[in-house]
Write a protein that binds this ligand. Structure first.
Ligand SMILES: Cc1cc2nc3c(=O)[nH]c(=O)nc-3n(C[C@H](O)[C@H](O)[C@H](O)COP(=O)(O)OP(=O)(O)OC[C@H]3O[C@@H](n4cnc5c(N)ncnc54)[C@H](O)[C@@H]3O)c2cc1C
Length: 319
């Protein structure tokens, strides 16, 4: 039987939804499930870890682990993987996951695959599906090691309804601090704006908005919906949006329930960051724009006319 160890995605003391998505997939393929939770003051998350679908919880809880540090975090994951006898070790898509996964793979002499969208098990043979060449092709990769460390693409798996696990807590020993790289402080975006990676609705603005007034107009729609506000690279290069708001190949990868592309053409590099969204709505004045090839709903029109109408209609529905 396959054994899947999922690394809990914890941010500011909260368990993120990606953990339940990965555990649901593990259960769906008939695997035994465990979770590794690493941080400070996180033991209280045990019921959440169980409810997310884990049958064993490996917990490393120590003030020294409060600030993320790839070395000690990797040591905890390796320890949990060895104790559990995991043959699949899955990280949800995050900067931390991408930093730790290769270290874990190197220490376990395991294969490492990033951005996987599916896993296929045939007996002991593991195969994964992942996009390549900016999403132009999907690769089916045969893994030639017994263990696989993988980072799962955002939105690849869905959390199943009514899934649950069993409480079986194992405390991990706390590794020594990494003296080669001491993390003193982690600076986060202090703007108070919704993080694109966490947002259920993301609205992105593109060059069609022309200037700051156009950006502000689209931002009002995002504010109405309490949505994350992103953009294409054109608006970052134009100095209208901060780089951490860029969605795409060289920006953030998002997979919200609803993604709205406003005045964005749909260049392949932009699509690389948002096609995992559940529903895509595009507003573009050019009916031939490639964004309509991936959109579930399309509005052909001038965004300066369409956005105010959308805002008005949303207000009506809400009232
Ligand atoms: C190596 C590399 C990496 C890249 N990485 C990224 C990335 O991560 N993310 C990213 O986004 N791009 C990235 N790009 C850039 C990408 O190729 C495109 O240039 C960029 O996405 C275009 O942004 P855009 O759609 O806003 O602008 P444009 O392509 O100029 O499209 C503007 C759209 O707005 C429409 N429009 C104009 N006026 C209106 C109006 N009044 N109302 C409605 N619609 C209107 C037009 O019809 C057009 O479709 C990368 C490029 C390279 C080479």
């Amino acid at each position: 039987m396959a054994k899947v160890l999922v690394i809990a995605d914890i941010k500011q003391g909260m368990l993120k939804g990606g953990t339940a998505e990965l555990l649901s997939k593990a259960k769906a393929i008939g695997a035994e499930t465990a979770v590794a939770a690493i941080g400070s003051n996180i033991e209280s998350l045990t019921p959440d870890l169980v409810n997310a679908g884990s049958d064993t919880q490996y917990i490393a809880d120590d003030p020294g682990l409060e600030l993320f540090s790839a070395g000690p975090y990797a040591s905890c994951v390796v320890d949990a993987a060895k104790q559990f006898g995991a043959n699949l070790i899955w990280f949800a898509f995050s900067e931390n996951g991408k930093a730790v996964a290769p270290r874990v793979a190197a220490q376990l002499d395991a294969a490492c695959a990033t951005e996987i969208t599916d896993v296929i098990l045939e007996g002991d043979q593991i195969e994964v599906i992942r996009p390549a060449i900016t999403n132009k092709v999907m690769q089916r990769v045969k893994i030639n090691t017994e263990q696989l460390v993988a980072v799962v693409r955002a939105g690849a798996f869905e959390a199943a309804e009514g899934i649950t696990g069993t409480e079986n807590v194992v405390k991990l020993s706390i590794p020594a601090a990494d003296l080669k790289a001491v993390i003193k402080e982690i600076l986060t975006d202090a703007s108070g704006e919704i993080d694109l990676a966490d947002a259920d609705v993301v609205i992105s603005v593109g060059r069609g908005a022309k200037d700051q007034a156009g950006v502000d107009l689209v931002k009002e729609l995002a504010d109405d919906l309490s949505a994350g506000f992103g953009s294409s690279r054109a608006m970052v290069d134009g100095g209208f949006m901060a780089h951490n708001k860029q969605v795409g190949q060289t920006g953030k990868i998002v997979a919200p329930t609803l993604y709205m592309a406003i005045g964005i053409s749909g260049a392949i590099q932009h699509l690389a960051g948002m096609t995992g969204s559940k529903v895509i709505l595009a507003v573009n004045k050019d009916p031939e724009s490639p964004i309509f090839n991936v959109a579930d709903y399309g509005i052909v029109g001038d965004l300066f006319e369409v956005v105010p109408i959308l805002r008005e209609e949303i207000k009506k529905i809400r009232s």
